[in-house]
Design a binder for this molecule. Sequence first.
Ligand SMILES: Cc1cc2nc3c(=O)[nH]c(=O)nc-3n(C[C@H](O)[C@H](O)[C@H](O)COP(=O)(O)OP(=O)(O)OC[C@H]3O[C@@H](n4cnc5c(N)ncnc54)[C@H](O)[C@@H]3O)c2cc1C
Length: 489
Amino acid sequence: MQIADDLLRIAKGEVLDDVWNRHVYSVDASYYEIAPAAIVHPVDEQDVSQICEYSSSNRIPITARGAGTGLLGQSLSDGGIILDFTKHMNRVVEIENDYVIVQPGIVKGILDKELKKKNKFLPPDPASSNYCTIGGMIADNSSGIHCLGYGNTIDFIEEISVVYPDGKRGFAGTGKFDSQMKKLFELLSPFTGIIRDGYPRVSKNSCGYRLDAVMAEGKFQPHKAFAASEGTLGIMTSAKLRILDIPIHRYIMVLGFEDMLAALSTVPAILKFSPVALEMMDHTIVSFRGKATGNTGCLLFVEFVGNSSNAEEHLTQCRQHLAGQCSVLEYASDDQSLTKIWQARKGALNDIMKMTIGNRKPIGLIEDTVVHPDYLAEHAASLLQTYRENRLDYVMFGHVGDGNLHTRPIIDLDSEPEIEMIKRIADSVFAKVIKSGGTITGEHGDGLARVGYIEMMYGKQLTALFSQVKKLFDPGFTMNPGKKVLVQQ
Ligand SMILES: Cc1cc2nc3c(=O)[nH]c(=O)nc-3n(C[C@H](O)[C@H](O)[C@H](O)COP(=O)(O)OP(=O)(O)OC[C@H]3O[C@@H](n4cnc5c(N)ncnc54)[C@H](O)[C@@H]3O)c2cc1C
């Protein structure tokens, strides 16, 4: 009550603290339910700045929120203030030939439409892109189907405008940054070796802070500190992102395999033909979606693009290489069919989140691991054995070209023994993934569910460095506390 009254005096945007709205904002796409004290729809950067200043001087937690589609509780706040950017700070500010500037609350699908009018696109395409916002995508370092060919959100950020916890405004880009970012450089410089050696060698990673990208190849890129930071270092108020021309030719084929391991063992060979997307849906999803054909136990979706006939040649060579190992179920090169086929793949997570078997539901925790594609079939075989040994039903699909497997065992969250079992399974699966040089989360992030595993991933030294980074930006520990760094140092 007091917080909302104070905010009503400070904020230009709407302030909400009624039971209904606190309930609405107490959930995201995870299994947590945690209520904030109040919600604000900020109208501009000045609004954000004044609310942050209030939050830090009164030691009240503050959490930015986009569409709330985060899967690990990232946008939830226990008794704090939520800043919802979707209502007012949701505009495209500028589209140029090779970049776009946006406010954080713009929905990715709306930005896609604006860019398409100019024959441009921003490649990261989460299955949630009809709802999720650019602010959320940066803060989770989201990716999606086409990130195999183009890179993840972190690879497209060029500049960020930000409000720090004390309300001061900041700016970060290559070669131009504020004094706070200079301090970040001074903090990280003595640790370049540890940073270089301490990160997984895989194509996508949303675990911890991405200091490897900040200090990559001798260049200081402070704006990349905000990728995967889950709103714990500052609140982004605008972002400049690199954009690309839409490719002229696109070809897709859907391949049917007898089972998942047969499909996954072909992934390294398919990658040699440079597809921009290589996705998998196992029979657990195929049959759930009613798409099963004959004895097809697993589908791979492979897309090639280009501005000449090259792309079609790659597809043909790839198809010839796989002859006898699978059947080609569909082939398409027109926009309408491509959209339809990708919609079928994109709907997978949405569908399985609604799936129940009695009291049991597919539970995310080990749902986003990444291993090197050469090790993927072995990793999947080990997961299948774990599921068999524990008599668990499961679902499996994913961005297999990146070695990114989405799998959820089907568990009863009201059963203590089953919760203990999933924790034991997570310990063992994460240990194997880390040992292989992979990451425990490729694109969904840590949130509340995985923050406790960050030290297992990076070890004590890097985890301590993450705490120092957090302290540098947020000494009062008000900015989305409990995400990325467990406790205040
Ligand atoms: C059905 C479904 C499918 C999905 N598919 C994919 C997929 O294919 N690939 C993928 O990568 N992810 C996927 N996700 C996960 C999720 O959609 C993405 O992480 C998404 O980018 C989150 O965006 P959001 O706007 O919902 O962010 P939120 O969930 O609202 O917030 C996420 C984080 O961003 C922070 N944040 C938001 N705005 C700001 C800001 N202005 N400044 C600082 N921090 C900010 C929040 O504090 C929070 O920590 C899926 C989720 C669902 C439910």
